[in-house]
Design a protein around this ligand. Structure first.
Ligand SMILES: *Cc1c(COP(=O)(O)O)cnc(C)c1O
Length: 345
């Protein structure tokens, strides 16, 4: 069966144009810095995010890890949200591998951190305390529902941090979705921060990889850390070639996924027994719950949807997450709504 796969935008396969670029990619040994395609991807990524340099890494997790370790030494503290991907879903790498202590502040429902909370969390210069080094933001915010942060907020946090000698790292796995949702250049969201990671392999459809961007000096440090983490790849231009196509052709179409997310949400809203999460969808993710009138468990409904060719994520005792991406068209949206009608009955 050809599934309508709404579990995540990570399931996207490369486009025919990407496969062609991969087949034709000029490659070299990237550990020697000699892969021209990797170099081109890194330059393009840096230019698009308004940074001096970029570093191609195996995953978003590796980008955040190398980035945070480049900012923080062992025993230093990073301030991040209690719903941050880096805190929840990156296997504790910053503490396990980097000895970085984390201070988790409550994420506001809009995915932001309250500056009063951040102010109160900054450590005094006292031998009892770890040293606060870094603030980590996330845009779009995954666990908060794919919500986006604005340029104003990003600038406010960066100014606040810099005035106190702290750096800011942005986990921008889906930062191009955040830019598309606001109709702005991604630079507005990335230029204010010191470093940013974004994923090529989610909505942008490349098969593998993320890019970490920052100053030349920062990327030099991160480059050594990438090697230490086992992420020095050789003829990685095969992968980077798809990343270049992603940046050149896929970032501009993300608004289509957001429009389809809206269409899907509008359809699901009409299905008796379903309640749309307030504010959903902000970007390409739709969060919907079963109300008390539905006698079935989420697992039961999920199975019935799967039997009808629709795959999706379960994100709570009564909640589902549906993620739109390049491989879901209008017909897929209609089929998903129709399947839901039958599955919740
Ligand atoms: C997907 C994601 C990452 C990185 O995940 P990888 O699977 O390691 O590429 C980081 N942060 C956020 C917010 C994400 O959604």
């Amino acid at each position: 069966m050809d599934y309508i796969d709404l579990r995540s935008d990570t399931i996207t396969k490369p486009t025919p144009e990407m496969r062609e670029a991969m087949a034709k990619a000029e490659v070299g040994d990237d550990v020697y810095g000699e892969d021209p395609t990797v170099n081109r991807l890194q330059e393009l990524a840096a230019e698009m995010t308004g940074k001096e340099a970029g570093l191609f890494v195996a995953s978003g997790t590796m980008g955040n890890l190398a980035g945070i370790l480049a900012h923080c030494g062992r025993g230093d503290e990073v301030i991040l949200g209690n719903k941050a991907h880096t805190f929840l879903f990156e296997a504790g790498g910053i503490s396990a591998l980097g000895g970085v202590h984390s201070c988790q502040l409550p994420n506001q429902p809009d995915g932001s951190l309250a500056l009063e909370d951040v102010e109160a969390a900054i450590r005094p210069d006292d031998p009892h305390d770890p040293v606060t080094r870094l603030i980590c933001l996330e845009n779009t915010h995954n666990r908060c529902g794919g919500v986006y942060q604005t340029p104003e907020y990003t600038r406010r946090v960066a100014e606040f941090a810099h005035a106190r000698g702290l750096a800011v790292h942005l986990d921008g796995a889906r930062v191009f979705n955040a830019a598309a949702a606001q109709g702005i250049d991604v630079k507005e969201l990335t230029a204010p921060v010191d470093s940013v990671t974004f994923c090529l392999s989610k909505g942008l459809c490349a098969p593998v990889g993320s890019v970490l961007c920052g100053s030349k000096e920062f990327i030099k440090k991160a480059h050594r850390l990438r090697k230490m983490l086992g992420g020095g790849m050789r003829q990685a231009g095969i992968l980077a070639a798809a990343g270049i196509v992603a940046l050149e052709t896929m970032t501009v179409r993300l608004a289509e996924d957001h429009a389809r997310a809206r269409k899907l949400a509008d359809g699901l809203k009409q299905v008796p027994g379903l309640v749309l999460q307030a504010g959903s969808p902000a970007t390409n993710m739709v969060f919907v719950s079963l109300d008390a009138s539905v006698p079935h468990s989420v697992e039961f409904v999920r199975t019935r949807l799967e039997e009808r060719g629709v795959l999706l994520g379960v994100t709570g005792a009564r909640q589902f997450r549906l993620v739109l991406h390049y491989w879901i068209d209008d017909a897929g949206v209609e089929q998903a709504v129709a399947a839901f009608r039958e599955a919740v009955r």
